[in-house]
Each structure stands twice: as structure tokens, then as C-alpha cells.
Design a protein around this ligand. Structure first.
Ligand SMILES: *Cc1c(COP(=O)(O)O)cnc(C)c1O
Length: 395
């Protein structure tokens, strides 16, 4: 029985050709392809500037630096996110302060943020969790009213829309991921998009040791000009190999989104008959790319989340625990950033799982996952004999 993965990147001959061309050109580090990828990606997202980076984690770090977040500041963000969101605030010496999330979308709201604001708060990081667009406008108004910087962590969001436009366009600065777990991939990679020209040019320098002349420009001259280092920077560069991959992948993005939305519809059609499994859906104000197709295992379901994961694994299906809660990890467990209880975060992180979904998923593979879920739904109840999960094999 072949194993069904939770996610697989969609790569083909065009990617191989694009990367091969870069190798043949003799210029593989950050150069013309990175510049072209920045231009095309930022244009696709409705932003005037794009600064490519080595990952979304480094993009978030740079975003907070250029936004002026400083040691001692508080940055409000969801605990219900990949831990990199909270780490970015920690990198600049700020305190991540955790806001709870909306139970339907898994995203922070203006209300959950307001509940945890402190006098030291200078920025908010809104996440489009799993590709579900965050309701940005109320956050935008709240941040404007209080002069807070609004950063969007759109790591999962390429191809999702908010009020008819690509997500990310309404924040002051947005960070993207091109990790293979997301839709559009460059292996590793990220980008900042912003309409603020000063922030973009500072981020562009900072990702390259804060050199006032880019390495690409210096190397294109026979006699390189003497560069100077304007502040303490980083090496957060993307390579032209990655950007060449990204350019092909960007062209595939609309098709990837269509495919995932169609798979989500197929899942929902069958899962609608199982009332105690709640599927992620589009919010009223936008569309998701379904980067993560998650379900919540409600109390009426015969087995709990971990048992359902083991049940699927016994059928050769690799699902994943849902979104993590950063405040429960050892890295943040004794941290002072929990200023109010996070009941929705804690419930969702315990009760959700991410089902397999990838571009090349076949009808047979989808049926296998659905059959396994439907059978689990008919299993003896939680209070009857529980299936053994110790070795991942069900009785
Ligand atoms: C994946 C992810 C990141 C980190 O992206 P990298 O490119 O791997 O650094 C950050 N935030 C969220 C919400 C993510 O899902």
C-alpha cells in the first residue's frame, strides 16, 4: 500500500530547465533572477516593492527591523501559528504577546488583539493561518487608531484573497514563505512585500550585510567600487537558482490554487455527512488557497484527534497534527507573553488535524483518505473500548 503524504510540491520539467539555465549561466548567487522574481511576485501581490530573502522567518525578522520594532516593545501575534512568527519578535528583543484566535478561521481579530494590548505594544503580526485570509480591515483600523505597525505573516497565503485582492496588500509590510510545505516553492526562500520605499531599500541592504552596493553590482564591474557597511546587517539572501524555480512556480500558482480549492470541495462534499468533523472553509470576506486543509475533531466524534491520526496512519495515510500553539512549547512556556487566557488556541491545537492535499493527488488517493475517515466515524464511541494507538495499529 503506497503511503499518502500530507503535502508534496508540484515540480516539473520547466523547473529543471530553469535551474539548469542558471547553472549554465555561471551566476548562481543572488543576481538578475532574484530581481526578476521580486518584480513579478510583488506585482502579483499588488505591492510596489519586493525584497527576496532566504526564508519567511528571515523576512519576518527584517520586516520588524525596518518597521522600527525595538527591544522592550511588545508585538501582539497569535500563539496559534508556526513558532517562527513569535521568534521574529524575539529576534529584535521585543516580547511576543499572544492573542487568541477566532474559532472558525484560526486567525486573530481586532477584538482578540485589543484584549491583550499593553502600553508597550508597537506592532501586530496578523497571520493568514493555513491560507485562510485574516480579516484585515478591522485590524487595519485599530492599528491606525493606535499608531501600531501592522505586519502580515502571509507565509501560507500566496494565492488567497481578501475582499477581492491578494492577501498581504493591506498590511504595512508582508512576509511570504516559499518552503515546500507552502504552495509556491523555491526549496527554501521568502520575501517581504511593502509599499514603503524606505523600508524596502533598507531591507534590501540589511539582507546583504548592509552593503551600500549589492554584490551583484560589484561583481559586474571589472574594478569593483569600494563598498561600505552602513549598519550591522545579515546574510539573508536568496540565490538565483531559487529565484529561477520561483519564477516558474509563480506561473503555476493560479492552477495550484484552483486544484486545491477543487480538492477542498471534494473533501467537504463527503465530510458534510460526518457532523462531528468540522472542515476549514472560506470566510465570508475572502478565499483560501487551502494551504492546509484542516478538520476539527468535535467531542461527538468516536475517537479523539490523536487517535484519528493513528487510525489514518494505520491506513498508510500521513495526516498531521493541526497548527501548533507557541505558548505551550518549551521555548515560550515560562515566557511572560501570555497576558490573557488562550482558550480557543488551546482547543484548536488539540482538536485539529491537517489532511493530505497536494496538486497531483489522485481520485483513488482522495477516496482512500475519505474511506478511512468515514470508517473512523463509524467506530465504537469514545467511551466504548478505545482503539489501541500505542503502535499506530488499530485493533
Ligand atoms: C511556514 C511558516 C513560517 C516560516 O516559513 P519559513 O520560510 O520556513 O521560514 C512562518 N509563519 C508561518 C505562519 C508559517 O506557516
Amino acid at each position: 500500500m503506497d503511503r499518502i503524504s500530507v503535502m508534496r510540491p508540484w515540480l516539473g520539467a520547466e523547473e529543471i530547465e530553469a535551474v539548469t539555465e542558471v547553472i549554465a549561466s555561471g551566476w548562481i548567487a543572488q543576481g538578475p533572477r532574484v530581481a526578476e522574481f521580486e518584480r513579478q511576485f510583488s506585482q502579483a501581490q499588488g505591492a510596489s516593492h519586493g525584497v527576496a530573502t532566504s526564508s519567511c522567518t528571515t523576512a519576518l525578522h527584517l520586516a520588524l527591523v525596518v518597521a522600527g520594532v525595538r527591544p522592550g516593545d511588545d508585538v501582539v501575534l497569535p500563539s496559534f501559528s508556526f513558532i517562527a512568527t513569535a521568534n521574529a519578535a524575539t529576534y529584535v528583543g521585543a516580547r511576543p504577546v499572544f492573542a487568541d484566535v477566532d474559532p472558525t478561521t484560526g486567525n486573530i481579530t481586532a477584538d482578540t488583539v485589543e484584549a491583550v494590548l499593553t502600553p508597550a505594544t508597537t506592532a501586530v503580526i496578523a497571520v493568514d493561518q493555513g491560507g485562510v485570509p485574516v480579516d484585515l480591515q478591522p485590524l487595519r483600523e485599530m492599528c491606525d487608531r493606535r499608531s501600531l505597525v501592522l505586519v502580515e505573516d502571509a507565509a501560507c497565503g500566496a494565492g488567497s484573497t481578501y475582499a477581492g485582492t491578494p492577501v498581504g496588500a493591506g498590511a504595512d509590510v508582508t512576509a511570504w514563505s516559499f518552503h515546500p510545505r507552502k504552495l509556491l516553492t523555491t526549496g527554501e526562500g521568502g520575501m517581504i512585500t511593502t509599499c514603503n520605499p524606505e523600508w524596502a531599500s533598507r531591507a534590501r541592504r540589511l539582507r546583504e550585510h548592509s552593503m551600500d552596493i549589492s554584490a551583484a553590482d560589484r561583481h559586474s564591474a571589472v574594478l569593483a567600487a569600494k563598498e561600505s557597511y552602513t549598519e550591522v546587517g545579515f546574510n539573508y539572501r536568496m540565490t538565483d537558482l531559487q529565484a529561477a524555480l520561483g519564477l516558474v512556480q509563480l506561473g503555476r500558482l493560479p492552477e495550484m490554487v484552483r486544484r486545491r480549492r477543487s480538492l477542498a470541495e471534494d473533501y467537504r462534499t463527503v465530510l458534510a455527512s460526518i457532523p462531528d468533523l468540522r472542515c476549514v472553509v472560506d470566510p465570508p470576506y475572502g478565499t483560501s488557497n487551502f494551504q492546509s486543509f484542516w478538520v476539527e475533531v468535535l467531542p461527538g466524534f468516536p475517537v479523539d484527534r490523536d487517535e484519528l491520526l493513528a487510525w489514518l496512519a494505520a491506513d498508510g495515510i500521513s495526516a498531521r497534527r493541526g497548527i501548533m500553539a507557541a505558548h505551550l512549547e518549551p521555548a515560550y512556556e515560562h515566557h511572560s507573553g501570555v497576558v490573557a487566557p488562550l482558550p480557543v488556541t488551546e482547543r484548536l491545537t488539540d482538536s485539529t488535524l491537517i489532511l493530505p492535499m497536494y496538486h497531483t493527488m489522485t481520485a483513488e488517493e482522495l477516496d482512500r483518505v475519505l474511506d478511512s475517515l468515514v470508517t473512523a466515524a463509524g467506530a465504537p464511541g469514545r467511551h466504548a473500548t478505545r482503539p489501541s494507538t500505542a503502535n499506530g495499529v488499530r485493533p
